[in-house]
Design a protein around this ligand. Structure first.
Ligand code: COA
Length: 254
């Protein structure tokens, strides 16, 4: 079934959500965001479904982050963008059923954040993970709040400030990915893991998720929501976004 720009398939107790705009590296367009949210609502509403698996279509990317092609610098756009994107990225955390990100390629920016918002990341050995927003003069709003809890403060700062991607193996070492598997075994492994979870008692699984996620309240996201619009106002962000569109390196002011 097609939901927005996402394919939604029910396979017994497992729901498979495939982000499907590979020509834009499955960036978080309105269609992808709508499709993910509708898919999560279906997972929530269907008692038969016990676990969700999210992956990306195409060989190259899981998801390349926010849809830069839609960026503009009008205050109204910026306000809406931030207000939509942060709740979107929190939606997997809030889903009462376990979600697995089967990361098949690049997981960058919002794509990285979508992956860490899921309960588990199973990674292809070809995947790369990173928050490259600094190259646009921006920062990753969701990861700024969540990433240090996974990798520790210095590594989170390094990833955010340098914006350099890391390999699947390093992501696994850091605790971002639960395990790395050969690329052509990714879906098999992710589905087998999902089946294992689905065979456990529903209530206890759900309680485990809510217990571990109970510290992940929404309040700290308000900081990102309030502070991030200001980044869009800087000349460096306009230069970063323009440079991306012109396929050149940005020249930031000193
Ligand atoms: N939003 C919108 N479109 C995107 C995108 C994004 N986040 N990431 C990639 N695309 C598009 C490109 O514009 C390109 O479209 P085109 O063929 O119409 O020109 C297409 O996807 C393929 O990307 P391309 O840059 O040509 O591939 P590449 O292999 O040279 O580089 C990346 C891959 C991921 C390194 C590069 O696309 C990139 O840096 N993307 C942005 C990542 C990012 O900063 N994410 C955080 C956003 S806040």
């Amino acid at each position: 079934m097609r939901l927005g720009s996402v394919n939604f398939e029910k396979k017994g107790k497992i729901a498979l959500i495939t982000l499907d705009e590979p020509s834009k590296l499955n960036a978080l367009s309105a269609g992808i965001r709508q499709g993910v949210l509708e898919s999560l609502a279906k997972i929530e509403a269907d008692d038969e479904i016990r676990v969700g698996v999210i992956t990306g279509s195409g060989d190259k990317a899981f998801c390349a982050g926010a849809d830069i092609s839609g960026f503009n610098f009008e205050p109204e756009f910026v306000r809406k963008f931030i207000r939509n994107v942060l709740p979107f990225l929190q939606a997997p955390e809030k889903c009462t059923k376990p979600l697995i990100a089967a990361v098949n390629g690049l997981a960058l920016g919002g794509g990285f954040e979508l992956a860490i918002s899921c309960d588990f990341v199973i990674s292809s050995d070809r995947a790369k993970f990173g928050v490259p927003e600094i190259q646009l003069g921006l920062l990753p709003g969701f990861a700024i709040v969540r990433l240090h809890e996974i990798v520790g403060r210095p590594k989170a700062k390094e990833m955010s400030i340098l914006g350099e991607p890391i390999s699947a193996e390093e992501a696994c070492r850091l605790g971002i990915a639960l395990r790395v598997v050969p690329h052509d075994k990714l879906m098999e492994e992710a589905m087998a893991f999902a089946e294992k979870i689905a065979s456990k008692p529903r209530m206890a699984v759900s309680l485990a998720k809510s217990a571990y996620n109970r510290g992940l309240g929404g309040d700290e996201m308000l900081y990102a929501q309030d502070a991030f619009p200001f980044l869009f106002l800087t000349d460096d962000t306009q230069e970063g976004v323009t440079a991306f569109r012109e396929k050149r390196k940005p020249k930031f002011k000193d």
